[in-house]
Design a protein around this ligand. Structure first.
Ligand code: ADP
Ligand code: MG
Length: 239
């Protein structure tokens, strides 16, 4: 069975999509975009899902895991292979069980590792993707309020293998916060190497993955090395 990694967090804006995108590219995995919001991986990739008459992801979920039609993927140089999202997913009545069964079947049919990006908070699609994941990857920003939410999440998902990824970490991280995260994770989750705050990432228009960008400069190289280190930690955890 190819590995299935789900990226999830209680709230938006913590770097889920960026992490899922880079991780899928670094691992040469399929990125399944289960987030229906406009700011998601599908548009980052350069595909406008409303330009298509159909929502392939929704169609495939409705056909179910027993269909022998293998969902078609979008492939483009320097980008992760993509199963794109669609706004109609927001109003769908797909159950978590169906999502879980479909993801498992597709991973086998594609015969490629799968990284799933999710809509923030609890919902059926995210729950299904978490239930079937070999590894639940949770980006965390370092802050007191964030830690309370993280503690609850570590309890809620204690049944799953979890890895916390510190993201948007300031150049000079508060040592106390780093230590607190390590203490909180102890015995409950692994902590991946951190992703720094790279202010240029917010202004980025390019859709090539950072880890696949041709002729990277110093800044891109630094970020790419961080994302690759997380990919390596994931690989190690799953081996
Ligand atoms: N390491 C980082 N440093 C700085 N900005 C980042 C970083 N990772 C993501 N961002 C930016 O933060 C915003 C939210 O990131 P995103 O990946 O869309 O998070 P989410 O999927 O959790 O909502 C985006 O503008 C993104 O470009
Ligand atoms: Mg997102």
């Amino acid at each position: 069975m190819p590995a299935l990694i789900t990226v999830a967090a209680a709230k938006g804006g913590v770097g889920k999509t960026t992490l899922a995108y880079e991780l899928a590219a670094a691992l040469e995995a399929v990125l399944v975009d289960l987030d229906w919001d406009a700011g998601g991986a599908t548009r980052m990739w350069g595909f406008d899902p409303t330009s298509a008459a159909r929502a392939p992801l929704l169609d495939a979920l409705e056909r179910g895991p027993d269909s022998d039609r293998v969902p078609r993927l979008k492939r483009r140089v320097n980008r992760p292979t993509l199963f794109p999202s669609h706004p109609d997913l927001a109003a769908s009545a797909i159950s978590a069980d169906l999502v879980a069964d479909c993801l498992e079947t597709w991973a086998t049919q594609w015969d490629e590792a799968v990284v799933v990006d999710t809509h923030p908070g609890a919902n059926e699609l995210t729950d299904g993707a978490i239930a079937v994941a070999d590894l639940l990857l949770v980006p965390v920003t370092l802050g007191n309020r964030e830690f309370a939410a993280l503690d609850a999440m570590l309890d809620d998902f204690s049944a799953y293998r979890m890895m916390l990824v510190p993201t948007m970490v300031p150049t000079v991280p508060a040592r106390r916060q780093v230590n607190r995260l390590a203490a909180m994770a102890k015995g409950r989750a692994r902590v991946a190497p951190p992703i720094s705050e790279h202010r240029w990432i917010r202004r980025r228009l390019r859709r090539a993955a950072i880890v696949k960008q041709p002729n990277p400069g110093v800044n891109v190289n630094r970020a790419a090395a961080e994302f690759r280190a997380v990919a390596e930690a994931v690989r190690e955890e799953l081996s």
